[in-house]
Design a protein around this ligand. Structure first.
Ligand code: GAF
Length: 390
């Protein structure tokens, strides 16, 4: 659904909204599972979005309708409880954070939905959390600054949804810039933008349309494994705060103490951080071949050392190998399903979409979805058209 359709759905239930907001999905070019390890990431907001139409209702009740799920949820601002509708918890959890920070939220009616594929690893969750906080902030002039929106969105996911995610998704949702990627240091939150110029190439996502059930529990386990690794390393190198401070040479002689699994997780994160830094230089120099190699290395690390890939994603990446029109590909996001990211020659994109779709369908009997995406601005207010009515 597009913005005007969300506005229309709102009008049908409540009349004209006071505010219309767009909140983007994200890609991550490289730097996976590095954010909660105090490392570097390289995401961009993209032109797939959730839209919110919202008005105050003068009560202490919030009425939420999601076109993504075609369901309504209602909750009381004075008695915040998790909902049995899991989608509603992204909204309720975000409101809970705003209230916990002492901001005076009033009752509202809201309709939200959009065109982000759900469960595809494009962070529809951060788009809902941060988009909701942005909307409520604007509607009631609460004065919450962008960094606070980011942190509240992350906390909503940690505390209400139960995923111990890092800060990447919420950060890029709020701070994204059209035509730019953003390099973020997830420890200091220092960041800089650079133009995402791929010349004759474009970014294509292949949505595997699988979302394996262990995604949340395995995500939290990976995080615990990395933190356990840091504790062991710290005993030898007290200056180490996170894996970002560890050199591969420091890790090497700790294999028996760490155990193979934790060693592999740590090694992947250390190597991935180095790949982000190198990739930024390569992209700035226009070295797409070098960048592409880093994408493949990232995928192999995620599959073999971090163990967050799955047969469907490995197939999608395997399909791209030795094709001169594709410079690089890898799984993207938390893993166990969702999308792969592919850097594909523009002239080959239609042929690529057809060929990979046919091959995947033949192998798994699932029709994948293929999207070309472009970078977009972070969450922002949209113009409300007075001409839309029911
Ligand atoms: C998910 C999380 F939400 C992010 O914080 C990040 O850890 C990512 O997985 C993996 O890089 O999107």
């Amino acid at each position: 659904m597009e913005a005007h359709e969300i506005q229309k759905a709102f009008i049908n239930i409540y009349g004209q909204p006071d505010l219309l907001v767009r909140s983007p999905a994200r890609i991550n070019l490289i730097g996976e599972h590095t954010d909660y390890n105090g490392g570097y990431v390289l995401p961009a907001a993209i032109n797939k979005e959730t839209y919110f139409a919202i008005s105050g209702n003068g009560t202490r009740t919030c009425n939420v309708y999601s076109t993504y799920f075609d369901e309504t949820a209602t909750f009381d601002l004075d008695n915040i409880q998790p909902s049995d509708k899991s989608w509603a918890n992204y909204i309720i959890g975000a409101v809970d954070q705003i209230q916990k920070k002492g901001y005076d939220v009033q009752g509202f009616n809201i309709v939200f939905g959009g065109n982000i594929p759900i469960g595809a690893g494009l962070s529809s969750s951060a788009s809902v959390e941060c988009g909701l906080i942005f909307s409520v902030n604007e509607l009631f002039s609460l004065g919450i600054d962008p960094l606070e929106i980011i942190k509240m969105g992350q906390k909503a996911e940690n505390e209400f949804v139960g995923v111990q995610c890092g800060i990447m998704d919420q950060f890029i949702n709020v701070m994204g810039k059209k035509d730019n990627a953003l390099r973020l240091d997830c420890r200091s939150l220092e960041h800089y933008y650079f133009p995402l110029k791929l010349d004759d190439y474009c970014i294509m996502l292949c949505n595997s349309r699988v979302s394996h059930s262990l995604a949340t529990s395995a995500y939290n386990t990976r995080k615990e494994e990395c933190f356990r690794g840091v504790e062991v390393i710290k005993a030898h190198y007290p200056e180490v705060e996170s894996l970002r401070d560890v050199k591969l040479t420091m890790l090497q002689h700790l294999l028996s103490e760490l155990g193979e699994d934790v060693f592999n997780r740590c090694e992947f994160v250390i190597e991935e951080n180095l790949r982000v830094l190198e990739s930024c230089e390569q992209l700035q120099k226009g070295d797409l071949a070098g960048f592409g190699k880093n994408l493949y290395d990232s995928h192999y690390g995620l599959a073999l050392k971090y163990k967050v890939s799955c047969p469907e994603l490995d197939f999608l990446i395997g399909f791209t190998i030795n094709k001169p029109q594709i410079v690089g590909a890898r799984m993207m996001g938390g893993g166990f399903g969702g999308c792969s990211i592919n850097i594909v020659e523009k002239a080959y994109k239609d042929e690529f979409a057809q060929a990979i779709s046919d091959a995947y369908q033949q192998r798994f009997e699932i029709k994948p979805e293929i999207y070309e995406v472009a970078s977009a601005a972070g969450t922002s207010e949209l113009f409300i058209s007075e001409h839309i009515n029911n």
